[in-house]
Design a protein around this ligand. Structure first.
Ligand code: GLN
Length: 499
């Protein structure tokens, strides 16, 4: 067996090899670990590795396979975004504040993968407290986009995206508050899904903006995402927003034909601000859907333009409250020198948080303050309602909504770090979905030429109605049966973008 090929296999193919005992989980895990050793020092996708722990899990998985006690993910190595608490693992959320923190318990997502017999390969790099679109706010340094090392992988789940794209794991987890699964999936050429709010438990997932945060899979294909969702989704009483719904099989609609599917194209998603080459790729993907028998309908989401301003009131407001727990007292960074309690709080937080996190805490505290609450926070909540209502109207006319996942391909490292507003615009097409609580995904749809002649991945966004993940995954899977964009992988030894 050619060990290199294994890293490109789908989850189903890997599961078949494991269950027919053609390979062991230990061998498979070692293959990924060797590849991580070779490429991670440059890419910086992983910020915590623990070979002993990982291989012990692989051994346990092999024992399960020998005993015939398997699930589709038993023995498969998965990368975990460093926002999930994993018992005995460093859990930093990309911050100096938590640089020394070892989680004493497992997040729900982690324990779900554990029970399925999956192997935790390591923790992936991310923007600090999931705030960012380029992974450049991480305390542990940026992540390189495997398609072109001078570019960012997107964020905040940049480490997971780069790990999947570079085949440094079989699949990974991410979280999406405003686009952090879909935008990096788009920039790195992978399939990523943000589920309906409340479908995946947030227990043990470090909070950024609790009314928006949602975990989801980042993988090579829609089918892989469906298999991951079967593990991740489900009711958990430890999260008060976890939805108590019957267990669902996310693979159930993968083979549904698309004839008669109504696809809505919001005109606001194709307006000014969209890179022309990205637009062409999206149009070609829509044509492919027409060939598959779908009907295209022009729709409008009139409040799309308000989604970024609304998000940058609400998300910082929630973040300023969530992050008040980092006070240097119980856990997290504590300043070495201070005079009294207040000085200890101030110095610990000043030293522990990076610039973007501080900016959000300041904005959040401001919009929640007595004099400004009504003018900013309350107003933003009202507009959030209108944005959600736009989707309710749209879904009266169509089954799914499509458009670009991000306005551009991967941009150069350093290009937007000094311009927060330009950075915030990366999520122009994703944020409204979070505000409405709807599921959204990004699917590889081709490559677009950058100004300097590089071919870089483009993601097609699919937005579904509440709880319509299975259908969305089917819509993506059917496209992936007639295209092979999702099978393309970068050449890590010459990452110039494919010619
Ligand atoms: N880029 C957005 C932000 O910086 C979204 C991040 C996210 O989804 N976690 O807040």
């Amino acid at each position: 067996m050619n060990q290199i090929d294994l890293t490109h296999f789908s989850l189903r193919q890997i599961a078949e090899l494991l269950q027919s005992k053609k390979i062991s989980s230990v061998e498979l895990t070692q293959t990924f670990l060797a590849r991580i050793k070779q490429y991670n020092p440059n890419i910086n996708a992983y910020i915590a590795l623990d070979e002993d722990k990982t291989l012990a899990q692989a051994q346990a998985a092999d024992a399960r396979i020998a005993a015939g006690n398997v699930t589709p993910l038993t023995g498969i190595p998965i990368a975990q975004k460093d926002i999930f608490c994993a018992k005995g693992w460093p859990t930093t959320c990309g911050s100096k504040m938590l640089a020394e923190f070892i989680a004493p318990y497992d997040a729900h997502v982690i324990s779900q993968f554990d029970s399925a017999g999956a192997v935790n390969l390591g923790k992936t790099n991310m923007d600090e407290f999931a705030m960012g679109s380029s992974n450049e706010t991480s305390y542990f340094g940026g992540v390189k986009n495997p398609w072109s090392y001078d570019r960012v992988p997107g964020g905040s789940s940049g480490g997971s995206a780069a790990a999947v794209a570079a085949r440094l794991c079989a699949a990974a987890t991410g979280t999406d508050t405003g686009g952090s699964i879909r935008q990096p999936a788009s920039l790195c050429g992978l399939t990523g899904l943000k589920p309906t709010y409340g479908v995946v438990s947030r227990y043990g997932m470090i909070a950024f903006a609790s009314s928006l945060d949602q975990a989801g899979p980042m993988a090579k294909s829609a089918e892989d995402c469906a298999l991951m969702m079967n593990v991740m989704a489900g009711f958990d009483e430890r999260d008060s927003t976890s939805l108590d719904r019957a267990k669902e099989d996310y693979c159930k609609d993968l083979h549904q034909p698309l004839r008669g599917l109504k696809i809505g194209l919001p005109k606001e998603f194709f307006a000014q601000g969209l890179d022309a080459n990205v637009g062409k790729v999206i149009e070609a993907a829509i044509s492919q859907y027409k060939k598959l028998g779908a009907d295209i309908i022009e729709i409008s989401l009139p409040n799309t333009g308000l989604s970024i301003p609304v998000y940058y009131v609400l998300a910082p407001a929630e973040a300023s409250s969530n992050l008040s727990r980092y006070d240097g007292v119980r856990y997290g960074h504590r300043s070495a020198e201070y005079s009294d309690l207040m000085d200890m709080y101030c110095k610990s937080r000043a030293e522990g948080f990076g610039a973007e996190v501080k900016r959000r805490i300041l904005i959040g505290t401001y919009v929640l303050s007595a004099g400004y609450y009504d003018a900013y926070y309350l107003k933003a909540q009202q507009i959030r309602r209108l944005i959600a209502q736009d989707f309710v109207e749209a879904f009266k006319q169509c089954d799914v909504i499509m458009g670009p996942a991000a306005p551009s391909t991967a941009f150069k490292a350093g290009e937007k770090v000094d311009d927060p507003v330009a950075m915030y615009l990366q999520d122009i097409y994703t944020i409204s979905t979070n505000l409405a609580g709807l599921p959204g995904m990004s699917v590889p749809a081709g490559f677009a030429q950058s100004d300097d002649g590089k071919s870089l991945p483009v993601g097609l966004q699919i937005i579904g109605n509440y709880f319509d993940e299975a259908r969305m995954l089917g819509v993506a899977h059917q496209y992936q049966q007639v295209t092979d964009w999702h099978k393309q992988a970068p050449n890590l030894d010459m990452p110039e973008g494919i010619a």
